[in-house]
Design a protein around this ligand. Structure first.
Ligand code: 3EB
Length: 353
């Protein structure tokens, strides 16, 4: 298998480069996560039968857009169910859903964002049930004004209510066996969710330095976030690691609330701890900081240089990383870092339990 690329893999490029790829290349694209401050460009992708998420976020490092493209095995099957656009091969399904809160009215029980979130996740689970891709590997959540308060509750906490209700309504675990995820804030736009799902059970990884998010104390909201710190997915000859959005949280508390350098260091210590846990479960255990592909979400663009220098110092070699401006789901968090990696299982690995 030397020289082969895992059949499920992501690569980064600008939206313009993505649009200019030949049709043959696009035939293996499961979907894409597109980010740019200006929403216009990637809307053209709607014609392509490729599910493309678009989130209005500024890329901070290079160029003015980012397109994270996920490839699968040809031939791919496209489709639409409810508000979800998806594409799948025999093993993996990529989907995107964007729902505007204006479609929902506040009632006595549920805020519009909560209803939009619950509806989006219910649609996701209905699709996964219909097409038989039962396991969510990784979810990307983007929420406008994530730290704003309305109806007496921070919007991220409204999102957590709707998300957990949908998991429960579909009989899914809300503790333990939950997907890797991230949740970031944009200035505007509909609730936007992208996801990868499949037919093999992912192994969930937690971080011994952190209380599991699904067990946070009540002070962070009426319902806990439904995500694990990372997921490990074995596909063919490869093992994929999805590290969730990771921040400067130890136990359940934010550390270094006003110190962006220290938050960067603490975040990387957390990612190291997640990697150590993943390596306990993975076989062979070869994930390290240098082998990850990172997305770094920066709250204040003015902090970019400091965050980047510290991050590069810690990773050592020049990291494979992209930087986006985003709000993070606690007001005192100044950055969040997510990552993915793939390792070949190798001929020495043998059967695993
Ligand atoms: C944290 O550790 C930081 O709600 O899906 C990170 C990753 C965070 C995912 C989510 C939230 C989520 O709590 C925030």
């Amino acid at each position: 298998m030397l020289g082969t690329v895992c059949h499920l893999h992501g690569e980064n490029m600008s939206i313009a480069t993505f649009l200019n790829q030949p049709a043959q290349w696009k035939n293996s694209v499961l979907g894409a996560l597109c980010f740019s401050a200006d929403a216009v460009e990637s809307q053209r992708q709607a014609d392509m039968e490729i599910p493309c998420m678009h989130v209005p976020m500024q890329r901070l490092d290079a160029g003015d857009s980012l397109c994270e493209v996920w490839h699968g095995n040809r031939p791919l099957t496209p489709g639409q169910q409810g508000a979800i656009h998806y594409r799948h091969d025999d093993d993996v399904l990529f989907g995107v859903i964007a729902l505007s809160e204006t479609m929902f009215e506040a009632d006595a029980d549920k805020t519009p964002l909560q209803q939009a979130t619950e509806s989006a996740y219910r649609q996701v689970f209905a699709l996964l049930d219909t097409l038989h891709y039962p396991y969510l590997f990784r979810v990307w959540n983007y929420i406008a004004d994530i730290n704003a308060h309305s109806f007496g509750l921070e919007r991220y906490r409204q999102f957590n209510l709707g998300r957990q209700d949908a998991f429960l309504a579909h009989g899914r675990d809300v503790v333990g066996n939950v997907p890797a995820a991230c949740a970031l804030g944009s200035a505007h736009g509909p609730l936007t969710i992208a996801f990868l799902a499949g037919r093999v059970v992912p192994r969930c990884v937690e971080n011994p330095r952190q209380i599991s998010a699904y067990q946070y104390p009540q002070q962070y909201g009426p319902r806990n976030p439904t995500f694990s710190r990372a997921s490990l997915v074995r596909l063919g000859q490869d093992e994929l690691l999805f590290v969730s959005g990771t921040a400067s949280i130890v136990g359940h508390a934010t550390l270094h609330p006003t110190d962006v350098l220290a938050q960067t260091g603490e975040t990387m210590t957390n990612i190291q701890a997640v990697l150590a846990e993943a390596n306990r479960l993975a076989s062979p255990s070869r994930f390290d900081l240098a082998s990850l592909h990172y997305k770094v979400y920066v709250r204040h663009p003015a902090d970019l240089a400091q965050i980047r220098a510290e991050f590069e110092r810690i990773v050592g070699s020049t990291p494979n990383a992209v930087y986006l401006q985003a709000d993070v789901c606690r007001q005192d968090l100044l950055l969040e870092i997510e990552a993915t990696a793939t390792q070949p299982l190798g001929s020495m690995s043998g059967p695993r339990n």
